[in-house]
Design a protein around this ligand. Structure first.
Ligand code: HEC
Ligand code: HEC
Length: 200
């Protein structure tokens, strides 16, 4: 009997642990991604408001190191001023932790970056997007439910780096996106990034 009570107390203890830790887990992310996941650093993406599906998927990719990660300096919090990257950020996260942080950021609002975009490049990028990309990145890449990230209002330097990594094969391209990306000339990646970044 005593043993049974002990076990049930343990189960109760475990089941409250994840929610108690959610704030700690997301605080570590905020050190680089900004308060509520709204980034003020053009190399670091805003992650709030994307779908939990997309966020979980991406975090698992970093855990498996199939997606490239760049080292940056942590801008705020306990580890301010030290260098780290996404591989280290997710290394100690369990599957349950990944679900917790993904749900936490999915529940926040995506706030578009305040940045200048080149109008001529953006117009060129929009034409390419409408022809090749709108099918999956609907409404100009602004819909979270597409489970393909949010492109509208994302930082231009971040988008340029991701498009270059896709094009060079450093970041694995979703199989159905590949033929469309193949139709994009390397010189047009800048135009696409300026289009998404210009969306207000
Ligand atoms: C040391 C800084 C740092 C920390 C800490 C960090 N990130 Fe990141 N994150 C980045 C950078 C930089 C990128 C852009 C890709 C790259 O260059 O690695 C990124 C990319 C991402 C992406 C990809 C966004 C997209 O649109 O595909 C997601 C999602 C993400 N991070 C979530 C998180 C979560 C959740 C945490 C906390 C558990 C976290 N990050 C902690 C720096 C950080
Ligand atoms: C068949 C559907 C499909 C098409 C067409 C498509 N994409 Fe994607 N795209 C995706 C999916 C799914 C993801 C999520 C990728 C991942 O998990 O790595 C994605 C991710 C992205 C990302 C990364 C977002 C981030 O937050 O890091 C960019 C940038 C992007 N696509 C640009 C484009 C452009 C530009 C085109 C047109 C040339 C295009 N996509 C066409 C499905 C598509």
């Amino acid at each position: 009997m005593n043993k049974l009570i002990g076990v049930s107390l343990l189960v109760v203890g475990l089941s409250v642990a994840p929610s108690a830790m959610a704030a700690d887990l997301t605080a570590a992310c905020a050190g680089c991604h900004g308060v509520d996941g709204v980034s003020t650093d053009a190399k670091v993406p805003t992650i709030s408001g994307m779908s939990a599906e997309y966020l979980k998927d991406v975090l698992r990719q970093y855990k498996k190191k199939t997606r490239p990660a760049e080292e940056v300096t942590i801008a705020a919090g306990d580890k301010k001023g030290t260098k780290s990257d996404m591989y280290k950020a997710v290394a100690d996260l369990s599957d349950a932790d990944i679900a917790t942080v993904a749900n936490a950021f999915a529940a926040k609002k995506f706030v578009r970056a305040k940045q200048a975009a080149d109008a001529a490049l953006a117009a060129k990028g929009k034409a390419i997007h409408d022809k090749l990309c709108e099918k999956c990145h609907t409404e100009g890449g602004s819909v979270a439910d597409d489970d393909a990230g949010i492109l509208a209002g994302q930082w231009i330097p971040y988008l340029k780096a991701q498009l270059a990594d896709y094009k060079s094969g450093k970041r694995p391209v979703p199989s159905k996106m590949q033929p469309k990306l193949d139709e994009v000339q390397p010189g047009d990646l800048d135009a696409l990034a300026n289009y998404y970044g210009s969306e207000k």
